[in-house]
Design a protein around this ligand. Structure first.
Ligand SMILES: Nc1ncnc2c1ncn2[C@@H]1O[C@H](COP(=O)(O)OP(=O)(O)O)[C@@H](O)[C@H]1O
Ligand SMILES: [Mg+2]
Length: 311
């Protein structure tokens, strides 16, 4: 469905993406994950025919993004990082305009607008001025304009950026609903976001692909150890020493006051054992909790391990 081959983009002397190659199958929901400046928006702009590549190719359903931008624009919907909204227009007028820009006319326009208003749950705000809506609603309007011509493929650049936690949950839910009937590529710099929505992730870092994998595969291959966070109430200088005496504990890192990061072997399930130690030594156990990998951990592991291999 989407085939990217050796895609490279320079902005003047600056290389934003380098030799990206990946494929996305019909119906897949794929996350493009990377820190700021990794090249996510550049990649999406090229896929959406907004930018041309310096070299390499990107094809969508066989159409080249450079040569057949007209065909591609019909089958994709793009939500850029900053949605292209007119703040003075009402939601419905703006969506009518977006539909007309895409070549619709007459009854077709109205039907299309009503369809996206329903899909994006905008029924209550159709008459309202866009500039007065919350960011969450504005993002839905952005999504609605990307879908007004009923494209099969949605390209969403950081769809939850700048939203508050409740709005984030709502937009994610909306994307999950759309995933049932669309091929979606979405970018994010937040790992849990991608883990919730996507089946597969492409990690890019400094313009290059660092990993392509299913989420489970990625986490498993990155995880050679697991971490627990321990919080206690009573000051005790022997905590690290006692924890280190457990066989499966690899390291103990004191964090804030009375808080410890315990790195242990995979599947060692040490909670019971640590609780016993805490009771026996009267540490005043407050909390033991497993820590999941953050995006920072993923990058650190990927880049550090690469360097280890090279060294
Ligand atoms: N119009 C531009 N002119 C010059 N450099 C740019 C431009 N757009 C992006 N860049 C640079 O290209 C790199 C990738 O940017 P971008 O694709 O926006 O990354 P991301 O979306 O992952 O944050 C960054 O180093 C950025 O500074
Ligand atoms: Mg970006």
């Amino acid at each position: 469905m989407i085939e990217v081959e050796n895609l490279t983009k320079h902005y003047g002397p600056r290389r934003a993406i380098n030799n990206l190659t990946f494929q996305i199958a019909r119906g897949e929901v794929v996350g493009l994950l990377g820190p700021n400046g990794a090249g996510k928006s550049t990649t999406m702009d090229i896929l959406s025919c907004i930018l041309s590549a310096s070299s390499g190719t990107a094809r969508i359903r066989g159409y080249d993004t450079f040569e057949h931008s007209f065909e591609i624009r019909k089958i994709i919907g793009y939500l850029p990082e900053t949605p292209p909204l007119y703040p003075d227009m009402s939601v419905r007028d703006y969506l009518m305009f977006a539909a007309q820009v895409r070549g619709m006319a007459g009854k077709q326009t109205g039907n299309a607008v009503e369809r996206v208003i329903e899909n994006c749950s905008l029924q209550d705000v159709g008459h309202r001025i866009i500039g007065r809506l919350s960011k969450g609603y504005q993002q839905r309007v952005g999504l609605a304009q990307a879908m007004v011509h009923d494209p099969d493929i949605l390209i969403l650049d950081e769809p939850t950026i700048g939203l508050d936690p409740i709005q984030i949950i709502e937009i994610r839910k909306l994307i999950q609903e759309l995933a049932a009937s669309h091929t979606i590529i979405l970018s994010s710099h937040i790992l849990p976001e991608v883990t919730q929505i996507c089946q597969r992730v492409i990690i890019i870092n400094e313009g290059e692909i660092a990993a392509v994998d299913s989420l489970a595969g990625l986490t498993a291959s990155l995880r050679k150890s697991e971490r627990l966070s321990l919080t206690i109430r009573n000051e005790n200088s022997k905590v690290a020493e006692e924890l280190n005496s457990i066989d499966q504990v690899l390291s103990v890192l004191p964090k804030e006051k009375n808080q410890f990061l315990i790195e242990c072997k995979l599947n060692s399930n040490l909670q019971d054992e640590i609780a016993r130690l805490a009771l026996a030594n009267q540490w005043g156990l407050v909390e033991i909790k497993p820590l999941s990998l953050t995006l920072e951990d993923v990058f650190l592991k990927l880049t550090v391990e690469e360097k280890d291999v090279q060294a």
